[in-house]
Design a binder for this molecule. Structure first.
Ligand SMILES: *Cc1c(COP(=O)(O)O)cnc(C)c1O
Length: 239
């Protein structure tokens, strides 16, 4: 095991490397590093490493489980924003509504109902991305591509939810070129929805790309990437 100091240094170096690669990929697609938000995905990791990431230059943290977000949130007293990036159960919205900057996994109308209710109650407008299951994988959450536009039209009426764009989790593949069409596909859905000019529906964010495919995602238009392993090393799941 690495000691605490080395661990912090390891994370800092990884963040530097990720940022360098983000910059290159952004440049390839006619943008700059400032156009891309890197979310450090801290699921399964202890608070010490979350703090190391923020100290190492990260301002956005992503958790895919409500319980972990709620546990770490009060312990990371630093300048950073939290993102809920995993499947969100309706009955857990109340625990995170006051804590998150953005919900990336809005994928059904019952969830929108609950977010609206809870957000209104605390006088907040919540930024959200609609999760799309572009590749149609049965194991993945997200709305079907062909249902996205109709879903957006329904979301338009929720005053305490500000839709900001789309999110997807691409299939895990050996050759990252295989997922390029998935990223292209999400971008196309985004552009098509943008053209509709739906009230209260903004399409300024594309959250796609993880450790093994974020450069391809950025080349295809991502401006939010969610990165765990490339920053922290392989996750250790407790049996
Ligand atoms: C775990 C996770 C990530 C990060 O995965 P890595 O491959 O470790 O970068 C990104 N997005 C979601 C939704 C995740 O659950």
């Amino acid at each position: 095991m690495l000691g605490a100091v080395n661990d912090r240094e390891y994370i800092r170096k990884n963040i530097e490397e990720v940022k360098e690669r983000v910059k290159r990929a952004a440049f390839k697609s006619g943008r700059t590093a400032e156009d891309i938000t890197v979310i450090a995905v801290t699921k399964t990791l202890g608070v010490d490493r979350v703090i190391s990431a923020v100290a190492g230059g990260i301002n956005n943290l992503g958790e895919n489980r409500v319980q972990e977000l709620v546990e770490k949130y009060p312990l990371v007293n630093m300048d950073c924003s939290w993102h809920l990036i995993g499947h969100l159960q309706t009955n857990k919205v109340k625990y995170i509504i006051d804590k998150v900057a953005m919900i990336h996994s809005l994928d059904r109308i019952e969830l929108a109902e609950e977010i609206q209710k809870r957000a209104e109650r605390i006088g907040k407008t919540v930024d959200a991305l609609v999760q799309v299951n572009v590749a149609g994988e049965e194991t993945k959450f997200g709305i079907r591509p062909e249902e996205t536009l109709a879903f957006m039209k329904k979301l338009s009426g929720y005053k305490n939810i500000r839709v900001r764009g789309l999110m997807t989790v691409a299939p895990h593949v050996e050759n990252v070129e295989e997922v390029r069409p998935v990223f292209k596909g999400l971008r196309k859905i985004l552009v098509d929805i943008m053209r509709e000019n739906i009230d209260n529906i903004n399409m300024d964010f594309l959250s796609m790309g993880m450790s093994n495919d974020y450069e391809v995602a950025i080349e295809e238009g991502a401006n939010i990437v969610r990165i765990g392993t490339a920053i922290f090393g392989a996750r250790q799941y407790k049996g």
